[in-house]
Design a protein around this ligand. Structure first.
Ligand SMILES: *[C@@H]1O[C@H](CO)[C@@H](O)[C@H](O)[C@H]1NC(C)=O
Length: 110
């Protein structure tokens, strides 16, 4: 078999398992070795991952509907896109007049 140095692995999000392309089908699935982080889904992290979070709140200077021109794509884009991706989110706190960005990752060291 031609070895082109590409390592494949499959993430099974529902069960939190990873199967590497070079492992036997009968092998116990496990996370590939190494230090890395994945964006956390709702519900937090599971072993061997630990939760890692960063957060930023900035004054609401730019209005929610303000746009800019993306020269690369020749399109008009909104500066602010509210949303939630797993446990990460971007939202506005009207009372404090700030935008709050929170990024939650599941990380492992080895
Ligand atoms: C960018 O989009 C505008 C409006 O659709 C168009 O008139 C213009 O030709 C486009 N410019 C480039 C460089 O594609």
């Amino acid at each position: 078999m031609l070895n082109v140095g590409v390592k494949l692995f499959v993430l099974l999000f529902s069960s939190g398992l990873v199967r590497t392309g070079d492992s036997d089908d009968s092998a116990v699935p496990q996370w590939p070795p190494g230090a890395y982080c994945l964006l956390a889904a709702e519900g937090g992290c599971f072993e061997p991952f630990y939760t890692s979070t960063i957060q930023l709140a900035v004054p609401k200077v730019i209005q929610p509907g303000d746009t800019y021109h993306d020269d690369d794509k020749n399109t008009t884009e909104r500066f602010i896109k509210y949303g939630k991706v797993g446990d990460s989110l971007l939202k506005i706190h009207d009372f404090d007049q700030v935008y709050r960005l929170k990024i939650v990752a599941c990380c492992k060291n080895q």
